[in-house]
Design a protein. Sequence first.
Length: 516
Amino acid sequence: MAYPIIDVSSWELLGDEAPAYIGERDKAWIKHPENGRWVMFKIPREDRGEHWAEKICYELACKLNLPNAEIELAVRDGKLGCLSYFFVDKENGYSHYDSGHFLPYSYNDKGKIIYKIEDIEKFLNGINLVEDFLSIIMFDALVANGDRHQDNWGITRHETNGSRSISSMYDNSACLCRDLEPDDVEKFYNSEAELLRYIYKGKAKVGMSVVKNANHFTLIKYLLDKYPQKMQELIHKIKGLTDRDIEYIVNQLPETLLTDKHKTVVINFIKLRRNIIINIGENMNNDINKLLLIWKDPDTRKRFVVGTLNYFIEEDAYEFAYLNPDLDEALKHGFQNYPSFPDIKGTYKSVGGLFPGIRQRLPNQKRPNYPEILMKYNLDGTSTDMEKLAATRGRLGTDTFEFVQAIEFKTGTSFQVTFDLAAARRYDFPEIKNNLSENDIVSLIHHLENEVDEFAIKVMFDMNLCLGFVPKYYSREIFKMINSGQDYVAKIKKLDINNSNPDEWVKIFVEVILQD
């Protein structure tokens, strides 16, 4: 059933008691004829779907249990728009103040307002409301609100008892592909890669001192590092927003407002942004500053850890060095060197960027399917070169090198790792692959009879089916983890059973569960 469009042509205009308003859209304060509630009737600009974007945002906010001004679709004197109900309880002594009353802001050379998250934090920390504000940033990241300026959020204050809170969200109109041209709708409908490129180009209105033109996802990462518990609570809410929820909310828009193709684009837009936010949350404690260089003997297919690549954030510098004891063993199997680093006794350093001989192993940003590659590996536009290298393993079809994240298990500390299942084609996986699903729980069992690796760990499904093994370069640390007595979860994170490379058939995710 479609959302109703209410005819408010007969609703009375408010007089001098009406609140002030700003902005470029035509607006009018009117009064509900039955209950007397104040309502702003807002008319979208030509060829922009600001009215339906606000309606979708309201429905999404309700689903996420986030406070938002009530929104209904409406028509007044033949003009389509939306109703935004006044959310301030003035009768009981409350007032709303836009944040522009409190925050410092300036204008750039183009006349656009500049204000930064650091300024917002400083002000809100002083009144103990900074964590309450994070829900607005999270919601904006979900819907791509590009206009959360200082007058589009604020504080609700009681005028006598001093209580304060973040006001309900309002004016969520600059988002959700509401101004796409028909050609763009067609392009994004036919190509997920193009839609992802559009997503990655988006910018947040709230700026950052350390990152110029930051997007919403960069802002999420910054705040996740500073306020991990609250941000994870919000990400958990986002995770609860199902595909079915999104489809239901968008598809209830009347056909007169949005074509079916445009609805599909909006649905996919929300789903993709939701998935990016979830991935950021899952990788929260997974800063990648050290990678291991693996060489695989083309004859025996045995892998050796032959070097380390480190990134030092303070210097913005990369350092590579060869690593024993595997190096000596690899030399016996015919290993020579990594071509960019001919001296196996030397240490190599690059300041300001990744070594060219390693950078070429990253996905080329000019590839038409580059955004899809990022999504395939749970990356996004904010991912670092080290994160991209770890996720893709830097594999090339022309050699047998790859990079993997270095891990170290310590009792009582957070620990998580995602790895490609080893030896999958030699065990039960090929027989049962069609019966497996992502998020299926697996067990990790020490393989006592293994003659090659004393720490070998089998990955088991239903306790009696061996899917494969933990890669040898991780087996020692995983062995330490399963023998530590700490609780952990291991599950199938990703299945790619049609991949021509057996090493990429299955990704396993392991995480220690810390007790509060």
